[in-house]
Write a protein that binds this ligand. Structure first.
Ligand code: PEP
Ligand code: MN
Length: 289
């Protein structure tokens, strides 16, 4: 029996449904975040992504806006109605991040940060657990078990590419992991083709392949001006490319008999919601193949 994870707004991840989470790699400014959030919402994403705490390889790189970034994520969530997935790196920040997020992201670099896993396991929010770049599926599943042992069973597993020998792509997106995990766990499986390829031109093909492989959702980086991005600009889709990909995914989902989940549309001109976030709903429109 597949497990479904239900967000605070009622949106379900897992089962027949297919969900797309999208947004910038990092929260960089109010203007850029709101523009990206509006763009991904308009194209049908149902969760907004964006990091306020960024794990960067170099200490000289942009580290994220921290708590100010969380404030901006809350504002973008209110403006678009989309719940937020955002990374937490430090067990001491878990409660702070949890107050702004609908899903706590544990990044690849922290997949085996056991104190962090235990701390997110004590929260009442779903956790998106990213596979370590050199982690086996067994290790990923055991990391998820750390979270579940603390009482939080709402874990989304995320394949985001593993380290391999060929520098042609940033990582090697392991799509075989999707059916392989499916045989071993009931947890929903999300694929991140942005980090998995490191190249925006490769993202659409791998996003569609992930859906075809049976993923429950996607995590995709979108930026309104990738050339100006402070983090991962090369792999960010522009809004127009994201919209085109979403149209393709929607047709593919229909062909595969998957339910396409969309956010409940906000009436035109309606004021941004404060507090409550609209429930996701299944798209039952007939889609031409
Ligand atoms: C991210 O999704 O923002 C991120 C840092 O990804 P990963 O942990 O997979 O490198
Ligand atoms: Mn990134």
């Amino acid at each position: 029996m597949p497990t479904t994870v239900t967000l605070g707004n009622g949106l379900q991840i897992g089962g027949d449904a297919f969900v797309v989470m999208a947004g910038p790699c990092a929260v960089e400014s109010r203007e850029l975040l709101l523009a990206a959030a509006e763009a991904v919402a308009a194209s049908g994403a149902v969760v907004l992504r964006g990091g306020a705490f960024k794990p960067r390889t170099s200490p000289d790189s942009f580290q994220g806006l921290g708590p100010a970034g969380l404030d901006l994520l809350r504002e973008a969530s209110r403006a678009t109605g989309l719940p937020v997935v955002t990374e937490v790196m430090d067990p001491r920040d878990v409660e702070l991040v949890a107050s702004s997020a609908a899903i706590l992201q544990v990044g690849s670099r922290n997949m085996q940060n056991f104190p962090l896993l235990r701390e997110v396991g004590r929260q009442r929010l779903p956790v998106l657990l990213k596979r370590g770049a050199a982690a086996t599926l067994e290790e990923l599943l055991l990391a998820a078990e750390y979270i579940r042992r603390e009482g939080n069973s709402d874990v989304l597993l995320c394949e985001r590419g593993v380290r391999a020998f060929d520098p042609s792509t940033r990582y090697l997106l392991d799509l075989g992991a999707v059916p392989a995990l499916r045989q071993r766990t009931d947890l929903p499986i999300v694929v991140d083709p942005s980090h998995g390829t490191g190249d925006a031109s490769l993202v659409p093909a791998m996003a569609k392949a992930a859906l075809a492989a049976g993923a429950d959702g996607l995590l995709i980086e979108v930026h309104v001006a990738p050339e100006r991005a402070l983090c991962d600009g090369r792999q960010a889709l522009r809004p127009a490319a994201f919209a085109a990909l979403m149209a393709d995914l929607r047709r593919l989902a229909a062909a595969l008999g998957r339910q396409w989940v969309r956010a409940e549309p906000r009436p035109a001109g309606a004021a941004p919601r404060s507090g409550a976030i609209p429930q996701g709903c299944l798209d039952d429109e007939v889609i031409a193949p």
